[in-house]
Design a protein around this ligand. Structure first.
Ligand code: FAD
Length: 425
């Protein structure tokens, strides 16, 4: 399947800031329009906690992505893994991929590393960062979906029990409301956007009794009105080096058990879930954090939290610093005034490598900044910038080097494509 994490059912975060302004356009807008044209569920919603986001049906997304990609005349190799590179000093000449047909060399003048883990940059010997010694990477999780959820029963329960849910963690979202007033807003919104908190009575007591595993939140978000379906993000296991195959196997064993346990808890203890059943599980284990590339610029926590704007910005982020921890821990720090920040081109260019541009969660950023920019809205905006930069370089008669393309020309191209680079708080 094409789509990476976009197929699991989670919402697109980082595309609408806490003030309700769109911060990502371009390909994301096109993709959502294809989903709408097919009658797929798409909804811009407020989580009444920290952010606003776009919910969509991942099954329709599975159809929309191939439409978009093949419509753009892209040659796709499925089931194909990049396992090696051919390199000449600081230039990558080709990547060696393996699939059922054997090993193949793909050559190009420039490459985009959108592997999440920064595989290409790591193979090219770029300086990579991971968590500091003594720290653990963010936990891995397995997203799953449940259908036949009675939204009204769920929201009525939330309205009567505001102490069970996480609400109003950002001033921009809270807007001076009490928790009870916010749960009224959740009810009025009419969609199952509910975050049961691990230190609240409902989930906290279940963890204490052993009915649930320790977790910060059970995050419930809609994926389809027709199927009365929600996506649930709750499972977690923390293991060193999530890129290791044996650790992934351990994660699968633990997480699939947690999926069953969480679904059973919801069915037994949460109004609205009595007749619900598991309707889908993510096709792969979700990995939040592995390697980061050291680039020409490293995005900082301050850039994120102060909603810093830059004239070399090529993508935007607006998600809070969001670092999941072991057990019930999670760091969540909102961006100032519900605003958005700019991701500069330098954060996408690996230091010391001439012809690679990065897109996605392996960008050059501090751990805290990555905790914000790792979400899908920002990753898609980075992808658009990275793809456009390589296309612009390829269209020059002398196949320009990536760093020779003036950033203002790239920004001009991105604006023409409907990307959002300015105009937001
Ligand atoms: C459990 C979980 C919950 C999350 N919740 C949300 C949320 O609610 N909203 C949100 O916006 N974000 C969320 N995120 C964050 C977000 O989903 C990811 O950080 C983001 O999708 C990363 O995008 P990416 O393009 O960098 O990587 P991916 O989406 O992982 O894409 C990388 C692609 O590269 C391929 N690939 C990797 N290595 C190779 C290789 N060597 N050769 C060939 N192909 C390769 C992979 O198969 C994959 O298709 C969550 C993440 C997790 C794990």
């Amino acid at each position: 399947m094409l789509g990476g994490e976009l197929l699991t059912g989670m919402t697109v975060d980082g595309a609408i800031n806490g003030r309700g302004e769109d911060t990502v356009g371009g390909v994301l807008t096109d993709l959502l329009q294809i989903c709408r044209d097919m009658g797929g569920f798409v909804a811009k919603l407020n989580d009444w906690r920290l952010i606003q986001y776009v919910a969509y049906d991942p099954e329709i997304m599975k159809i929309a992505i191939p439409q978009l990609v093949f419509g753009a005349d892209v040659t796709v190799f499925l089931q194909t893994f990049a396992e090696d590179i051919v390199q000449e000093k600081s230039t990558i000449r080709g990547i060696v991929v393996r699939n059922k047909g054997g090993r193949h060399l793909l050559t190009a003048s420039n490459f985009v590393d959108a592997s999440g883990d920064g595989d290409l940059c790591a193979m090219a010997g770029a300086e990579m960062l991971s968590v500091e010694r003594g720290e653990k990477p963010q936990p891995m999780s397995m997203m799953f979906r449940m259908a036949n959820v009675e939204t009204d029963a769920l929201l009525s329960y939330v309205r009567q029990n505001p102490e069970c849910v996480a609400v109003g963690e950002s001033d921009a979202i809270r807007g001076g409301r009490t928790d009870r007033e916010i749960t009224e807003e959740i009810y009025r919104q009419g969609q199952p956007c509910v975050f049961f908190k691990g230190d609240g009575p409902l989930l906290g007591d279940a963890i204490h009794r052993g009915d649930m595993f320790p977790t910060a939140l059970i995050m419930i978000q809609p994926t389809s009105d027709a199927r009365r379906e929600v996506c649930i993000n709750a499972t977690r296991v923390t293991l060193d080096e999530p890129t290791r195959a044996d650790n992934m196997a351990t994660a699968l064993r633990v997480l699939s058990g947690q999926v069953f346990q969480c679904a059973r808890f919801l069915r037994q203890s949460v109004p609205g879930f009595g007749s619900a059943s598991i309707s889908g599980m993510s096709p792969r284990i979700g990995i939040r954090e592995t390697r980061r590339v050291v680039g020409d610029y490293m995005l900082t926590e301050d850039d994120v939290l102060q909603a810093r704007k830059r004239d070399d910005g090529v993508a935007k982020g607006c998600h809070h610093v969001d670092i999941h921890q072991d057990g019930t821990g999670q760091i969540r720090i909102p961006v100032a005034d519900g605003g958005s920040y700019d991701i500069p081109l330098g954060s996408l260019l690996p230091k010391g490598i001439d012809n690679v541009v990065i897109a996605g969660r392996c960008l050059s950023a501090s751990r805290e900044a990555q905790g914000s920019a790792r979400v899908m809205g920002s990753c898609m905006a980075m992808g658009q910038a990275a793809g456009s930069l390589t296309a612009m370089a390829a269209s020059q008669s002398n196949h320009s080097k990536l760093r020779d393309i003036p950033v203002q020309r790239l920004r001009h191209t991105l604006r023409d494509q409907g990307a959002i680079l300015e105009g937001t708080r």
